[in-house]
Design a protein. Sequence first.
Lengths: 138, 162
Amino acid sequence: MSPDERWFPGHLREIGTAECLELLATHEVGRVAYSDDHGPVVLPVNYALDHDTILIQTSPHSALAQRLRDAPASFQIDDYDDYSQSGWSVLVRGHASYVDADDLPDDRARPHAWAEGQRTLHLRIVPTEISGRRLLPA
Amino acid sequence: MLEHMTTTAQLMGQPFEIPEEECRALLRAGSVARAAVSTPVGPHIVPVNYAVVGDSIVFRTSPYSVLGSHARGAIVAIEIDRFDYEHQRGWSVVARGRADQVTKAEDRNEIRRVWEPVAWAAGERNLYIRVPWSELTGRRLGRGWDPVEDLPIQGGLSGSTS
């Protein structure tokens, strides 16, 4: 493994794609990143995994909607336990675009926002790369 | 002090924005964040172990890592958050600024004085990156939750001289 993203002392193990997808399937909030005129922007969103793509809901007037109509995006989830200094992180890098109503899965499989608001627009991030790392205690 | 901040937040009537002082307190209370950088092929998100030193976020990385390659001299967004799945709420704080490499020995020593993560193999993560934030914002997610209520009690945290 290249000496990159060493985020703490301890043992870093790569997580295979299948396990990354399992982790993505069993969580509901993650962070999306995109670039605006000033640099990178990162914010948490509710999401759903649709096959191997990330579905996000937003308002048609949001910055997210403006920036992710057709643009590179990253999506990340993690779980880290401060006490045991262990955890994992999964990163999806890919391309975001709007989703047609016809291409949406059933309601059960859609993201469900925690906040109120008119989230009538769905975005899909199609991955070009899915990677994950597990940090085991030192 | 924390109660005062809570009351102030409520009085300000901005249910979803977290005031800057609370953002600062939340940053100081944390140790893990996600650093986002832009790269030629799109944004990248990397978890980092960080400390707050003055009005900057400091983290260590390898010169060959994504952050080592792309953060220096570039705008970096550092995000921390907490999610309460049971109650469907959470909060997030983002500090954004232009990163620089901490080159001066006295600056590195100053950082080490207030923050020394567990000893690391020499040469691997010997690059200190500092992000003095020019933007510090926070938001509550879901049905509104005062994150400061839930702040774990911690003594002797990294560094603030401000």
